[in-house]
Design a protein around this ligand. Structure first.
Ligand code: KG4
Ligand code: ZN
Length: 393
């Protein structure tokens, strides 16, 4: 089967087409196309993602990316006769996406229904204005092409991103599926979520821990801003933390590890963020923040990593899982990947640890296609709505 997947939950416009053969136990994947267009440069100026700007960019990008995806997959056919019997419905669906509606009238309507089996789309969680563009675009395509729609939870996508590896072989991309043994514990860490999820089988997600306040990625972004870095802050903090520095002459910098010893699996990063802020305020008159930046970044990153790793290991032990996976934007953090790998190898050597390849840690369409395949349910387009606060369980 072939799935066309659309992702617009935040500041990445992404479309992918995945071909799947074989069984769910041992599927063979072929990535026909996988395009991610990042809006980071646009949002950097504002120090974070501006929902309405994201929405405008998704509107601009989606039609272009869809065409490119179909062309790359060899599935693009333009019809000479314009079948417009459904156009009024498409116009109605795209009432609030006038740019896309105009594109459909001019061009989109001429694209013949491609040889795909379903359209998958992220319907939440995320920024409502951004989500709606993708959802309405997918609904329009589903209506026009008469293909079922599979609404996908973005965080399920982040979980499934760990199960695939795309390798370049010459000019071709070869995709390998990483088999997993259930039960699985997934640590999902993104800009808006920090979750420990127990997964007993495909689609059976149980959130056993989540953040009480800021998400891990959000804390990285906020501390980065305090240190004068732009958005997104995670990569900047991890780069600064890797820099060589001579330790401050005064007391070593020490930040708290909030709720690290609490009995549940919940997280809290807001106090840590405030501790960094107070520390910067207390020294900025007497010290150069620029000079201390690598030390602050490293201690902050260590604090976040300590908490994430400690709670994940404890949950993995108590839930007796066979596999631990990592997913979400913060999964790109090398210190976190290395620490979790080392602790698991030392404390739970029989548990396998699976991480997404770096290019799949951020938002992308491929992870949405994978989640749709493993646990999605086909729906009529009329039954699909965006849900900014969608939960995984
Ligand atoms: O999953 P994602 O791309 O988007 C959401 O679904 O939110 O995650 C984005 C988050 C941002 O907060 C960003 O700062 C963080 O992931 N991030 C990192 C790194 N790369 C991205 N955080 C820490 N270290 C990194 N290397
Ligand atoms: Zn994400």
């Amino acid at each position: 089967m072939k799935i066309l997947a659309i992702e617009t939950s935040c500041d990445e416009t992404a479309v992918a087409i995945l071909e799947i053969n074989g069984s769910k136990r041992d599927p063979q994947f072929r990535v026909l196309s996988h395009i991610v267009s990042s809006q980071v440069k646009i949002h950097t100026k504002f120090g974070g993602v501006v929902p309405n700007l994201a929405r405008r960019e998704h509107e601009r990008n989606l039609p272009l990316i869809l065409k490119r995806t179909l062309r790359e997959s060899g599935l693009l056919r333009i019809s000479k006769q314009i079948p417009n019997s459904k156009f009024q419905t498409v116009e109605k669906i795209l009432e609030r996406e006038s740019d896309i509606s105009t594109w459909f009238k001019r061009e989109g309507i001429k694209i013949e229904a491609p040889d795909i089996d379903a359209i998958a789309v992220t319907y939440g969680p995320g920024l409502a204005p951004a989500l709606w563009v993708g959802v309405n675009f997918a609904k329009a395509l589903s209506c026009l092409w008469n293909k079922p729609l599979i609404p996908v939870n973005h965080m399920a996508g982040h979980f499934y991103s760990a199960l695939i590896e795309t390798k370049k072989r010459g000019l071709k991309m070869k995709t390998e599926y990483k088999k997993i043994a259930f039960p699985v514990l997934a640590l999902l860490v993104s800009g808006a979520h920090t979750e420990l999820v127990l997964i007993k089988k495909h689609g059976d997600f149980r959130i056993i821990g989540s953040t009480l306040d800021d998400a891990a990625g959000e804390a990285f972004d906020k501390v980065a801003r305090m240190l004068g870095f732009g958005y997104p802050g995670g990569p900047a903090i991890s780069a600064a933390a890797e820099m060589e520095f001579s330790p401050p002459k005064a007391d070593p910098i020490k930040f708290p590890r909030p709720v690290i010893n609490s009995k549940n699996y919940d997280f809290s990063f807001s106090g840590l963020k405030t501790a960094v802020l107070y520390f910067i305020r207390s020294i900025e008159k007497t010290h150069s923040i620029k000079k201390l930046c690598p030390a602050i970044a490293r201690e902050f990153q260590n604090a976040v990593t300590d908490v994430l790793v400690t709670k994940t290991i404890r949950a993995a032990k108590e839930c007796k899982v066979k596999t631990v996976t990592l997913g979400g934007g913060v999964a790109a953090n090398a210190a976190l990947r290395e620490r979790l790998a080392a602790e698991l190898a030392g404390q739970l050597p029989k548990v396998s640890f699976i991480t997404p390849e770096l290019s799949l840690t951020g938002d992308n369409g491929l992870m949405i296609a994978l989640a749709a395949y493993f646990c999605g349910k086909k729906k009529a387009w009329t039954a699909v709505q965006a849900d900014a606060n969608l939960n995984l369980t």
